[in-house]
Write a protein that binds this ligand. Structure first.
Ligand code: UDP
Length: 430
């Protein structure tokens, strides 16, 4: 198949951990690579956010990243990118030329708008393309949790629902999203589920382990935005202290730069001030951005990885922790409900509940044998279910469904003679 991915703000080539660079970048990079390895030709279109970027970067014989000029060639917050989506669509159609792909797959609602626009232009020129959409995050959920702090464009909810209804197929990443999509008017019959995956070669139980500063360590990884709930984990540290546990340190990974530039990051400042005010500043370490290559050693150094978001469309970090054989303590929200199995690969805690996080951490660090079992089970779970090759196979099925639905229905006589031909070949397709 020839596949175009559209990922307007999340380049597969970007450094991770900044405000707008996280799971979607990983998802698009890894899914595209796994599809290329399965023999598909994949092009990823992303917005040029730096004038110095080359037009095209080939990362695999069958995979290319194309930087499309759409809006200013500098970093622009994703919530301000909507006006540039038609320019992005134009750049994509121009790159397709006479040779449209089979599938255009939009990632995030705005890319969906560009993908639909590009497909419409291509169809009207007689070159049909099927549109598949993965939302990664839904505006309805964000609005519910962030209320007035939600900086998404006011048109988001309306346009997102339009993308959901217009795309030929939707790929949801978890069961919770399927319910949200239904509420938006997208029937379940048009939705496939393909979760995010994890790189099982990079993230594995064996390998370097970072040194700890105390007897026990918990790690939280995420973009430093309030909804990731890092402050809840800091509050849990104070609870642990009140339980007499001063032997646990918390390492927070993520931020808009390295630890030096964290000093200028308002969210980092807020978290540091909170830790100091709660008397746990000496055991909370803000590490800033950590590279992919370094991440496994940091995860392996943890007794448990704690994920305490208010909501989470999917959440790749728990998979990375499980792949490293580390138990996960996760708020029971969104994709974390599917990935973490309570009592088997980690523990679920109610959302926004620092006392429950503290109790779960206490349980895990107090029983290393049990923690080891949780970690081993987590590793088995991700190995069986969340390799990118498996996710690519699931996604490929969704593409085939979209293409099958687009194929003109054969008349009954043609179907019967095709069935007879198949019988005469012993069931092998001709
Ligand atoms: N990440 C990273 N370095 C950092 C912070 C995060 O490599 O400093 C990676 C992390 O390992 C994961 C991704 O960014 O692969 C975050 O994905 P997730 O789905 O957990 O959260 P999102 O950012 O999509 O909300």
């Amino acid at each position: 198949m020839r596949i175009s991915m559209v990922s307007e703000h999340a380049s597969p080539l970007a450094a991770l951990g900044g405000v707008d660079a996280g799971g979607q970048n990983v998802h698009v990079a890894e899914l595209s690579l796994a599809l290329a390895r399965r023999g598909h030709d994949v092009t990823v279109y992303t917005r040029r956010d730096d004038a110095a970027l080359p037009d095209r970067v080939r990362t695999h014989p069958r995979l290319e990243v194309v930087h499309v000029t759409a809006g200013p060639a500098r970093s622009v917050p994703k919530d301000m990118l909507l006006p540039y989506m038609s320019e992005l669509a134009e750049g994509i159609v121009e790159d397709w030329g006479e040779d449209a792909p089979d599938i255009v797959h939009g990632h995030f609602w705005m890319s969906g708008i560009a993908a639909l626009d590009a497909a419409r232009q291509s169809r009207s020129a007689g070159r049909p393309v099927q549109v598949v959409q993965t939302f990664h995050a839904l505006g309805t959920v964000k609005r519910r949790h962030q209320g007035g702090d939600d900086t998404s464009p006011s048109e988001r909810l309306m346009l997102e629902a339009m993308v959901g209804r217009s795309a030929d197929r939707i790929v949801a990443t978890c069961s919770d999203e399927v319910f949200e999509l239904k509420a938006m008017g997208v029937p379940g019959s048009r939705v496939s589920i393909a979760p995010c995956g994890v790189d099982l070669e990079l993230f594995s139980p064996q390998g370097p382990v970072e040194e700890r500063g105390r007897a026990h360590r918990i790690v939280s990884v995420g973009r430093l935005v309030p909804r990731k709930g890092m402050d809840l984990v800091i509050r849990a540290m104070a609870d642990l202290s009140a339980r007499g546990r001063d032997d646990v340190e918390l390492v927070i990974v993520g931020g808009s730069g390295n630890s030096a530039s964290l000093e200028e990051d308002p969210e980092a400042q807020r978290l540091t001030a909170l830790a100091d005010a709660l008397g746990v500043g000496d055991r909370v370490v803000l590490r800033g951005q950590v590279s992919r290559a370094e991440m496994p050693a940091v995860l392996r150094s943890a007794d448990a990885v704690v994920c305490a978001p208010w909501y989470e469309p999917f959440g790749i970090v728990p998979l990375e922790a499980m792949a490293c054989g580390v138990p996960v303590i996760a708020a029971a929200v969104g994709g974390l409900v599917d990935t973490v199995v309570h009592g088997k690969t980690g523990l679920h805690v109610p959302p926004q509940d620092p006392a429950a996080i503290a109790a779960a951490v206490d349980d895990v660090v107090s029983d290393p044998g049990w923690a080891g079992e949780l970690g081993a089970n987590g590793y088995r779970r991700v190995k069986a279910r969340y390799s990118w090759s498996r996710i690519a196979a699931d996604t490929e099925k969704a593409y085939q469904t979209a293409l099958g639905a687009a194929a003109p229905a054969q008349p009954a006589t043609a179907r019967r003679s095709a069935a007879r031909r198949l019988e005469s070949t012993g069931g092998r397709a001709l």
